[in-house]
Design a protein. Sequence first.
Length: 374
Amino acid sequence: MRVPGPEDEDVWGGSRGIFKHPDSRAWYDAMVERGWTAPTWPVEYGGAGLGTAEARVLDEELKAMGCRIPLKSLGIWLLGPALLEFGSDEQKARFLPGIARGETRWCQGYSEPGAGSDLAGLSTKCVRDGDHYVVDGQKVWTSHADKADWCFCLVRTDPDAPKRNGISFLLFDMTTPGVSVRPIELISGASPFCETFLEDVRVPVANLIGEENRGWTVAKTVLVHERTLISKLRDRAPEQTESLEDLARRHVGADDDGRITDAILRDRITQANMDFECNRLLLRRIQDVREAGGTPGAEALTLKLYGTELAQRIKALKVELLGHDGLGWEPQGFSEGHVKLTREWLRSRANTIEGGSSEIQRNILAKRGLGLPD
């Protein structure tokens, strides 16, 4: 588990989860036993009860050893923090241990065909009927909905209230009658996103998180964690991927001392590496503020915007360095690694859309960070 593995060996858990490599199961079991899949969560909810500083040290040591992530989970990354803050004791005890142990896989029902960047404009209808809500509508870009067991979803419970005031936050089982899913094929050829259709779906009122019509507050907490997650570049572990320098030396050329022969290219690579380091240090600074009990300022609002646009630039530069080798779509005639880079570059085009588009992020930064007028 200290050797980088292919994407299809990632462990996501859930009722349909598989372990393609036997060591993945052993690594997963060991981490679950220690509560290290969700290290800062309370022990009674499947975590390890670590403080944020301790959890950061754990994360740094695991990365230093090149360890794979034992469990990838939207439940841990996004839903869990919201449940810890807004869920009742009964809801925490019901859902959190299964999330930490990877027994339940979650998807996120936020965006709709007519409400993506303007998320508060969602229209999925939700009407109370006794001890249940009846939900009708459609969600889109629902990551891994075709593999998920449960969904955390935004619905409109008061159509007459101002947009943000009539939204509620519901959890529902994906096997509930009336729920159907259709994968969406992306330009990269993969289908991680789906359309989710909801027709007369009955959801117990007990699955409401927070108060009815106050779900926007819960949703914002999830969005903060989502944008921070997206801002963390996939290229953070240079030892696990071929660096820009190595790609340039191999595909463009270098002198006897290993110096890249193209001076303009050296400048572009240096700038990309400097920007990457700035992003890493900004993330660290924000973590330090939070660990000290403070609240990060406007710099936290730049994380998603800067991180995703930088990720796109780095991946585009990598494909450019490949030259003709960057045109490969199938392994025939091209190396598997080069095809993977090309597909990752295409996939990265979604980074500045998902989790709030760059345009929306600039509006948020202008209004909330800089106090500029509308």
